[in-house]
Design a protein around this ligand. Structure first.
Ligand code: ATP
Ligand code: MG
Length: 570
């Protein structure tokens, strides 16, 4: 196994977890190994919060020349599915991380976990309890009052061994008995008041089928899985801080005479919360199951698959996870930072193209009917290596409806009656006449003239025109559907709202606006799903897999206006 040889080569600590790892390495703890794991429960799709954990766990392993396992924490068969197992693997890979040959399942250890439980019973450290869930709750006590010992706590080892075996054999109904650790009903830490280790539940497991009807609890299975895999640093979110004594208890009492390669240490960090974003898996599932979104990969979802479909790159997500850092207290990150990261990534990567989302017809009356000129256009001014392309220009073009005003205010530099603008990569035009629908009064066409001496790159007019508009040639443009997205929530989803059933009242009714009559320049013909572009003056867009041969479909990844830069400067 690869390790770093000299402490002098240790990565510069930039967060408290690296400080801990550096200290451990200096003390040669775990023989200088760093081994982490990412342990998703396969009960939903991964989201941007999971990305933070993935980047942290795989990132630490990469940085320290260590290893990171992918482990499915599949101890609750009632909510888990193969679909989720597959999507999780796809998403971790897409983010750019590799678990090598170390993909594991907690269910791989069910037999070993059972044997550890038998050992606990034999040592008088676990017992079968027949209290009903309601009674258990009453016996548990509160933060200010100690709990009461269960009347079953004093069962003999023999009776416990017999009952536990019969629990496994399926002799008792679901929920009728549990196996509990015998720790301390008066502990100030509620997690230490004889926590449940096993419950009876008849549910078909996606891997073990109907082999088991008792399943280990997370707090029991997790530390043992970590120890069995030789994990050194078991990183989890803050809500598990109070579980750490139990984590240690389970390892100490089950594995005291196993020769462990290392003793895993649980370290807690703050989970990611994002403004205007739902992050709870339960709520995301509700959105999918109740049809508020089109699926787990709906581009409005904060899932990795949703972000991917929307057009986010793995680089932008990793950059975001880097920038938010790792802290010990919870906070909410402004979603504008995530949007900033994708803009930064695409700025030099995405070709600039012209697309008109809400078209307004413009006829250039002094341009000859049959002429089509090929105008030279740079693909990305930030990145000259991306070259140039030709864009056809002709007598009838379309511009954006919002780029024309009949009665403009002062300093309006777009098109208005009698006013001039430059068409990007083409000519200066002047608006001579406005044609309206007779019935509705709506502006349906502009009649303009162009000045042949103003051709871009060969302008001999010496004219200064303030506004520059994007446009497409009517005869050559491709039809497109464009889906504009806004945040799914109008307000933040406060964490204490977890139980709140009314959170859907905050759903943004305009989170999706579909424009069906958009036009894009012909160079986009055959653009493959997943291709990303900057539509000039509009934002970044990504081709959606719903595209057909006759009609491209685009998702707006993000607009051009960067509210994060403003926040940063303020
Ligand atoms: P559940 O309530 O279903 O357990 P979960 O969000 O904890 O939901 P897991 O599949 O158990 O989901 O999470 C896998 C790993 O990702 C865990 O280590 C967890 O701590 C981490 N994780 C989950 N949500 C976030 C988040 N918002 N920020 C950072 N890490 C997260
Ligand atoms: Mg969890």
């Amino acid at each position: 196994m690869e390790t770093l040889d000299a402490p002098a080569n240790l990565p510069q600590p930039s967060n408290f977890i690296k400080n801990i790892v550096n200290e451990d390495l200096k003390m040669n703890k775990n023989d200088g190994r760093v081994h982490t794991r990412f342990p998703p429960e396969p009960n939903g799709y991964l989201h941007i919060g999971h990305a933070k954990s993935i980047c942290l766990n795989f990132g630490l392993a990469n940085e320290y020349g260590g290893l990171c396992n992918l482990r499915f924490d599949d101890t609750n068969p009632s909510k888990e599915e193969v679909e989720f197992v597959e999507s999780i693997q796809q998403d971790v890979k897409w983010l750019g991380f590799d678990w090598g040959d170390r993909m594991f399942y907690a269910s791989d250890y069910f037999e070993e976990l059972y044997q550890f439980a038998v050992k606990l019973i034999k040592a008088g450290k676990a017992y079968v309890c027949d209290l009903s869930p309601q009674e258990m709750k009453e016996y548990r006590g509160t933060l200010t009052e100690p709990g009461k010992e269960s009347p079953y706590r004093s069962r003999s080892v023999e009776e416990n061994l017999d009952l536990f075996e019969r629990m496994r054999k399926g002799e008792f109904p679901n929920g009728s008995r549990v196996l509990r650790a015998k720790i301390d009903m008066a502990s100030p830490n509620l997690n230490m008041r004889d926590p449940v280790l096993y419950r009876i539940m008849r549910a078909t497991h996606h891997r073990t089928g109907d082999k088991w009807c008792i399943y280990p609890m997370y707090d029991y299975a997790h530390p043992l899985s970590d120890a069995l895999e030789g994990i050194t640093h078991s990183i989890c979110t803050l809500e598990f801080e109070d579980h750490r004594p139990l984590y240690d208890w389970v390892i100490d009492n089950c594995m005291q005479d196993s020769h462990l390669e290392s003793r895993p240490q649980q370290i807690e960090f703050a989970r990611l919360n994002l403004t205007n974003t739902v992050m709870s898996k339960r709520k995301l599932r509700e959105l999918v199951e109740e049809g508020y979104v089109k699926g787990w990969d709906d581009p409005r979802m904060p899932t990795i698959s949703g972000l991917r479909r929307r057009g986010y790159t793995p680089e932008a997500i990793r950059d975001f996870c880097d920038r938010i850092g790792v802290a010990k207290s919870n906070s909410t990150v402004d979603i504008a930072l995530l949007e900033h990261c994708i803009r930064e990534d695409l700025n030099s990567k995405a070709p600039r193209v012209m697309a008109v989302l809400r078209p307004l017809k413009v006829v250039i009356t002094n341009y000859s009917e049959n002429l089509v000129e090929e105008m030279e256009a740079e693909n990305n001014p930030e990145n000259p290596e991306m070259g140039t392309r030709k864009i056809p220009f002709s007598r009838v073009i379309y511009i954006e409806q919002e780029d024309f005003m009949e009665n403009p205010p002062k300093k309006y530099f777009r098109l208005a009656p009698g006013q001039e603008v430059r068409l990007k990569h083409a000519y200066v035009i002047k608006c001579e006449e406005v044609i309206k629908d007779e019935k509705t009064g709506e502006v349906i066409e502009l009649r303009c003239t162009y000045d042949p001496t103003t051709k871009s790159g060969a302008d001999t007019s010496g004219r200064k025109v303030k506004g520059t508009l994007h446009w497409v040639s009517a005869a050559n443009a491709l039809k497109a559907e464009v889906r504009l997205y806004e945040h799914l929530l109008l307000e933040d989803d406060a964490e204490e709202d977890e139980e709140n059933t009314d959170w859907k009242a905050k759903l943004n009714p305009n989170s999706l606006v579909t424009l069906n009559n958009c036009l894009v320049e012909p160079s986009l013909v055959g653009a493959a799903p997943g291709s990303r572009y900057q539509f000039m003056r509009q934002g970044y867009f990504c081709v959606d897999p719903d595209s057909t041969e006759g009609k491209l479909v685009f998702n707006r990844i993000v607009g051009l206006r960067d509210s994060w830069s403003k926040i940063e400067k303020a």
